[in-house]
Design a protein around this ligand. Structure first.
Ligand SMILES: [Zn+2]
Length: 417
């Protein structure tokens, strides 16, 4: 094997070249970079050339050993595009919350369920109890479900253990999962465990006992915190972000979901990768977010399940903000893993165009994970992470539950055969 691969027979190739130039801000249809009758050339896991097959010359291949050293892979006609990046999940957990779903449908609020010992804390109880092996086998099935939809990069958070031993256990499980490229996020500041009386005391415990171990063992690339009225406050976020930065960890946050606390200010101040949810933001907030380097990671599946308003995607994009989309998959507030559903919600309820949704779930999500230099578009030098779709890109995010992905590659390695 020479490492030089020529993928040919592609009816439609979507590169996202234009969107990459615009850093995923305000993408329009032509930014998808559609090429008909195309080839994709990769070398040792990276993209080296894309374009119409008729324009692929010997000179392009020469520096890599030339055509005689290449492997030609004829794809059945279809669309090749950057693979999906799922940038916000809580997929390592034990137990289930089906009863809670029923209660919520009977009119009991998320807050009331949490106060009665349900919600996040019931998942914490089950996750602490579960063995690493059991957690892993449940999580691997969920990972496979994402992979089958064309996801090759997947973010996974801890945050259902809220103690030292089991938070590390969750991150170990995330690290051991097979298939996609996995980004691990430490979310110890997800909820207040019942053995702590105050959020202040718990944050101090996380900073003194847990975060140093997470950093030392390199079990997470980033930290996250859930800031909202009645949960963690901005002052806790400030402490956590300062400490995390001193360990060289990346930052993200759940913010402005239930009430507007303007926690996103902190994400801007500390140069976080993304700020997630943003349901409650208003005109002035949108302006500030649009002018920042943050990626606004919108999670309409959670808003759907919680019967909440949707974040103002249209206004954010029109103001120039970079937007990404993710499932927020978790057993409580968003028990769906279905990307097609998230995209349909974004189009129907948030007035996003198809080009905006595709960009949000590829390049936008790469920015949300600080992987924009490696992933999210099929442009020269980036990882050869791509999917083959049976049909056109217009078949995406239209029919809920329809996933026309027939092949996927991560750095040139096949994930779906
Ligand atoms: Zn979340």
């Amino acid at each position: 094997m020479s490492g030089l691969n020529i993928y040919s027979g592609i009816s439609e190739l979507i590169t996202l070249k234009g969107a990459a130039k615009k850093q995923a801000r305000q993408p329009v249809e032509k930014d998808l970079g559609l090429v008909k009758n195309a080839s994709l050339v990769t070398y040792k896991g990276s993209v080296i050339w894309t374009g119409p097959s008729a324009k692929l010359t010997k000179a392009i291949l020469a520096p890599y050993g030339g055509i005689k050293n290449s492997n030609e892979i004829k794809l059945s006609s279809g669309t090749v595009m950057p693979s999906f990046i799922e940038s916000h999940t809580h997929l390592v957990f034990a137990g289930e919350r089906k009863n809670e779903f029923e209660l919520r449908n009977q009119g009991v609020s998320y807050g009331e369920i949490a106060k009665a010992g349900g919600g996040i804390l019931s998942t914490v109880k089950a996750t602490r109890k579960a063995s690493q092996k059991d957690l892993k086998s449940a999580a691997q099935k969920r990972v496979n479900e994402f992979v089958s939809q064309g996801v090759t990069t997947l973010e996974i958070k801890s945050g259902y253990a809220l103690n030292l031993k089991d938070e590390l256990k969750m991150l170990e499980v995330a690290k051991s999962l097979k298939g996609p490229h996995i980004v691990k996020t430490f979310l110890g500041a997800h909820a207040l465990p019942s053995n702590f009386k105050t959020y202040d005391a718990y944050i101090d415990f996380l900073l003194q006992k847990v975060l140093p171990k997470v950093a030392q063992s390199q079990l997470a690339e980033r930290v996250d915190i859930f800031i909202d009225e009645g949960y963690f406050q901005k002052s806790h976020g400030e402490k956590l972000f300062k400490a995390a930065q001193s360990f060289g960890l990346g930052l993200t946050m759940h913010a402005d979901q239930m009430k507007l606390t303007k926690a996103y200010d902190l994400a801007i101040k500390y140069n976080a990768h993304s700020v997630d949810h943003l349901v409650q933001i208003k005109k002035m907030d949108i302006k500030k977010l649009a002018q920042s380097s943050l990626t606004c990671n919108l999670l309409p599946g959670a808003d759907f399940y919680l019967k909440m308003p949707y974040p103002p995607a249209r206004a954010l994009i029109d103001a120039g903000a970079r937007v990404s989309l993710a499932t927020d998959f978790n057993p409580g507030s968003c028990p769906t893993q279905d990307l097609s559903f998230i995209g349909v919600l974004a189009r129907l309820e948030m007035k996003m165009s198809l080009a905006e949704v595709i960009t949000a779930y590829t390049l936008g999500a790469a920015f949300a994970l600080n992987l924009q230099n490696q992933k999210g578009s099929l442009t020269t030098g980036k990882d050869a992470d791509f999917i083959l779709i049976d049909g056109s890109y217009k078949d995406l995010f239209y029919q809920v539950g329809h996933h026309p992905v027939v092949g996927s590659w991560l750095k040139n390695k096949k994930l779906i055969k």
